[in-house]
Design a protein around this ligand. Structure first.
Ligand SMILES: C[S@@+](CC[C@H](N)C(=O)[O-])C[C@H]1O[C@@H](n2cnc3c(N)ncnc32)[C@H](O)[C@@H]1O
Length: 291
């Protein structure tokens, strides 16, 4: 695969999704109330702390709903994304909300150059972000390059265990079910680890006609993804010279990641396994500080 083939494929995939997501995301609610926050940022708020007056960059900001929410919490925000169509929607949202946000089109790895070497107090990213990047160590070094000394990273993203999981039908009786009767029996459906948990050099190639928000078909359905294990993420962050300040695993995720198996918790607008949610880490929050 030529080095940037994945960038072109993923950029056109996200361009196709942006128009659909502009209808499918909760934009009317954000515009109706100048204090409203996206469900993602509302979930993050207790761990995010006070961001008033910070210079923040939102990597892989997509159509800018979370970027706008961070600006509403008082940060001066810049959003970076590969997809021009996503940024078109993000600029339109910021303008309609009357909030000043700078948006820059760039691959994450090229962000320090695209942002002219500017440094930030906060790098915020996540919710379906790092799975589009082949090399987690390069990502962590990019984050370190974007932070001022004392600046911090905040990421909440899909958990690599969730990214490795698929729903499957159980074929045979498991001997341990005699002792642990809640184990799924023959004919039942359960969650199995079928995809890579650890980072692999080769991408996982998908072709999905529909996206997770909105109802229209995606014009360019192909994309390439990579998974990164929790240990790989933490080690990459530490090796980039950042100090780990917290790592929390959550049993919920903002999108219906395993359709038919998850239920919506309306209090937080997140999905978790209907049956025994304690089995599956669905997202994680990692915070770190540049020394
Ligand atoms: C699921 S969205 C991320 C999220 C945001 N949390 C949201 O849901 O609005 C993924 C975003 O990553 C962007 N993206 C994918 N690969 C990228 C790359 N290499 N550099 C910058 N942005 C990238 C896509 O264009 C897309 O807007």
């Amino acid at each position: 695969m030529p080095a940037d083939e994945y960038l072109e494929l993923n950029r056109t995939n996200w361009d196709s999704r942006a128009v659909i997501h502009a209808q499918g995301y909760d934009i009317d609610r954000l515009l109706a109330d100048p204090d409203a926050l996206s469900a993602v940022v509302a979930f993050d708020r207790p761990r995010l702390g006070d961001i008033t007056g910070l210079d923040g960059v939102h990597l892989q900001c997509h159509i800018g709903t979370d970027t706008l929410s961070l600006a509403r919490l008082g940060a001066r925000m810049t959003g970076v994304d590969l997809s021009g169509a996503s940024l078109h929607e993000a600029r339109s949202l910021a303008q309609r909300a009357g909030v000043d946000i700078e948006y820059v089109q760039s691959d994450v790895y090229a962000a320090p150059t695209a942002l002219d070497g500017r440094r930030f107090d906060l790098v915020y990213t996540g919710i379906g972000a790092i799975c589009w990047l082949p090399d987690i160590r390069r990502w962590a070094q990019t984050v370190a390059d974007l932070l001022r000394p004392g600046g911090r990273l905040f990421i909440r993203d899909g958990h690599p265990v969730l990214n490795a999981a698929l729903a499957m039908t159980v074929g045979a009786e498991h001997p341990d079910r005699e002792q642990q009767p809640w184990i799924t029996g023959p004919g039942g459906t359960t969650v199995a680890l079928e995809l890579s948990y650890f980072e692999r050099p080769e991408p996982l190639v998908w072709s999905d006609e529909y996206t997770y928000a909105g109802t229209d078909k995606v014009a360019q359905p192909r994309s390439m993804e990579w998974n990164h294990g929790i240990g790989e993420i933490v080690t990459a962050v530490l090796d980039a010279g950042l100090e780990l300040t917290s790592l929390t695993e959550h049993d919920s995720v903002p999108w219906d990641a395993l359709p038919g198996f998850m239920v919506l918790d309306e209090d937080v607008d997140e999905y978790r396994l209907r049956d025994r949610p304690e089995r599956l880490p669905a997202t994680f929050t990692l915070t770190a500080r540049r020394r």
